[in-house]
Design a protein around this ligand. Structure first.
Ligand code: KG4
Ligand code: ZN
Length: 337
């Protein structure tokens, strides 16, 4: 089965062609990061306008690079939520137009399910599995009973972990997006600021990162008032140590509680080098799979991978009436709106 997949939920315009859920025949990602960096974050209106400008070219490149004849494409898949509504609608309309023009079936894929299935491109999933999904908008622990059978165990009560990274980076004067920069600097400093480990002792699976973020902001403001310098690398190392302690401890506790066969680490923050290495060290007796770096942050290949399993289970609707959803629950039924 050959799937043409489209992702445009935030600021990446991406089209991929994926065979049998695993074989990525082409994968184009056009990032708008440089444009949004000027504003210190994604500006929704600018993001959707840029998707409009680039979408057709990204489609053409993906088809050309894959060497696939359009007539051999079996299915079109597109992210229909959650995400920025203007951005989502550009991808949905482009995918629908393509599917209608070539009379292909089309399905809408949950962006978060896509992040999880990014790990299945280079690895085989084993069930039941536990997923730690960490991105700019989400921090979730999920129990995956079988393909497309996903249950939410815990989530963040306030900031998502990637969001906390980006805000901490901003207060430290680092460039956007902050996650990779904090990750890089963390290796150059040490955990000397002794920041809190939120919710670490609670035997529940929810997270909270706004208190940790505020702790960093307080230290920075106090230092400013006293005209003292912040040791930026040490602060990055301290923040990252707190985050990783919490993420890894909760994941370990959930894996043991639900007796899973595999742990999946996914989402943009799964690109974090500290997290990628520490999780193997701290949770040694589990099969842990992580998407390769190129499939951690937003991309259409992960949507093509998820679509392959979703189609087997639910098929595609016969009409071309897909819509976009800024919020879309991730739970047992992947279609819940
Ligand atoms: O999955 P993604 O591309 O977009 C969302 O769906 O949110 O994730 C983007 C987030 C940003 O907050 C970014 O700072 C974070 O992932 N991120 C990282 C790293 N690389 C990206 N956070 C920590 N360490 C990294 N190396
Ligand atoms: Zn994402």
């Amino acid at each position: 089965m050959i799937i043409l997949a489209v992702e445009s939920s935030c600021d990446e315009t991406s089209v991929a062609i994926v065979k049998e859920g695993k074989d990525v025949l082409s994968h184009i990602v056009l990032s708008q990061m440089d444009i949004h960096a000027i504003y210190g974050g994604v500006v929704p209106e600018i993001a959707s306008r840029n998707h409009v400008v680039h979408m057709t070219r990204v489609f053409e490149q993906a088809i050309e690079q894959s060497k696939v004849d359009i007539k051999d494409i079996d299915l079109v898949a597109v992210t229909h939520g959650p995400g920025l509504i203007g951005s989502l609608l550009v991808g949905i309309n482009a995918a629908t137009a393509f599917a209608f023009a070539h009379q292909k079936p089309i399905i809408g894929v949950n962006h978060l399910v896509g992040h999880i299935y990014a790990a299945s491109i280079d690895n085989d999933m084993k069930f039941p599995a536990l997923a730690l999904l960490v991105s700019g908008g989400h921090t979730e622990l999920l129990y995956i009973k079988d393909h497309m059978d996903i249950k939410l165990l815990g989530t963040t009560l306030d900031d998502a972990v990637g969001e906390a990274y980006d805000k901490v980076a901003r207060v430290l004067g680092l460039s956007y997006p902050g996650g990779p920069e904090v990750d890089k600097r963390a290796t150059l400093g040490s955990d000397t600021y002794h920041l809190p480990r939120p919710f670490l002792d609670k035997k529940e699976f929810n997270f909270s990162f706004s208190g940790l973020k505020s702790a960093v902001i307080n230290v920075v403001h106090n230092a400013e008032q006293r005209k003292e310098e912040i040791r930026v690398n040490d602060m990055c190392a301290s923040f990252q140590a707190s985050v990783l302690d919490v993420l890894i401890e909760k994941t370990k506790h959930a894996a043991e509680s639900f007796d899973v066969k595999q742990i999946i680490l996914a989402g943009g923050v799964a690109a974090n080098k500290g997290l990628r290495s520490l999780i193997f060290k701290e949770i040694p007796n589990y099969d842990i799979i992580i998407p390769s770096m190129e499939y951690c942050t937003d991309n259409a290949a992960m949507i093509g991978a998820a679509a392959y399993y979703q189609y087997q289970k639910y098929g595609a609707s016969k009409d071309y009436l897909l819509s976009g959803y800024s919020t879309l629950k991730l739970d047992k039924n992947v279609y819940i709106i």
